[in-house]
Design a protein around this ligand. Structure first.
Ligand code: PGA
Length: 252
């Protein structure tokens, strides 16, 4: 059985005090959510404070990015996976489409970051997903296959234990246009097939694949019913404790 994961990606939102307030409001609302793992990803500057304030809770902390270099060094502006772990993170989001689109991240870069995360003991939430033109040109599967093959090229089957994939069609992110549960299921089954060919059936059967892109309280349950959807990566609807809690408690 794959335990679902519901992760909130706060992107570049919230000052430290606002991050803490949202985290503390979320805490009691999800205290009984034993059916899934709950993760929030605050901005770097709020990460340690939020992690400290959530100690002893069932909410884990993710960073939104990490350096591709595992070791400390002369890399101005970068934060290493080890530093994130030291600050209280257990997970890190890697290769989000906003980083690929606006900061030029390539699959090779995603691979290096994933390796750095694994080396430092973090679980990597690796994002893949096609753009609208690619879907309309019938290329959704080939684009996602290339991202998976390029981004996971040097990894081993045992590395998959600490990887979570987030399938996020770019046309559904922040647009209010969610993939239908059937469209998402089809792509999730495809991702699992690609990884079973690349690694092993056992490893890909155990892998959690999250859906991301305009997940809201009213569409979460329908998505979560799909056989290969093992959770959600939530942007906008995770910024407010109550709406994020309603997604986490989709089973009630
Ligand atoms: P959204 O963002 O839920 O606001 O569409 C999802 C994401 O970018 O991870």
């Amino acid at each position: 059985m794959r335990k679902p994961v519901i992760a909130g990606n706060w992107k570049m939102h919230k000052l430290v005090a606002e991050s803490v307030a949202t985290a503390l409001a979320l805490r009691p609302l999800v205290a009984n959510a034993n059916h899934c793992e709950v993760i929030i990803a605050p901005v770097f500057t709020a990460l340690k404070t939020v992690a400290d304030r959530l100690e002893g809770s069932n909410i884990r902390i993710a960073a939104q990015d990490c350096a591709p270099e595992a070791k400390q060094g002369a890399h101005t502006g970068e934060v290493s996976a080890e530093m994130l772990r030291d600050a209280g993170a257990t997970h890190v989001i890697i290769g989000h489409s906003e980083r690929r689109q606006f900061y030029g991240e390539t699959d090779a870069f995603v691979l290096r970051k994933t390796q750095a995360a694994l080396q430092s003991g973090l679980t990597a939430i690796v994002c893949v997903g096609e753009m609208l033109e690619q879907r309309e040109a019938g290329m959704a599967e080939s684009v996602v296959r290339a991202q998976l093959e390029g981004g996971m090229r040097e990894l081993t089957p045992s590395d998959l234990d600490r990887i979570i994939i987030a399938y996020e069609p770019v046309w559904a992110i922040g647009t209010g246009r969610t993939a239908t549960p059937e469209q998402a299921q089809e792509m999730h089954a495809f991702v699992r097939r690609v990884l079973s060919e690349r690694f092993s059936t056992a490893a890909s059967d155990a892998l959690r694949i999250l859906y991301g892109g305009s997940v809201k309280p009213d569409n979460a349950a329908g998505l979560m019913k799909q056989a290969d959807i093992d959770g959600a990566l939530v942007g906008g609807a995770s910024l407010e404790a109550e709406s994020f809690a309603n997604i986490i408690n989709y089973n009630q």
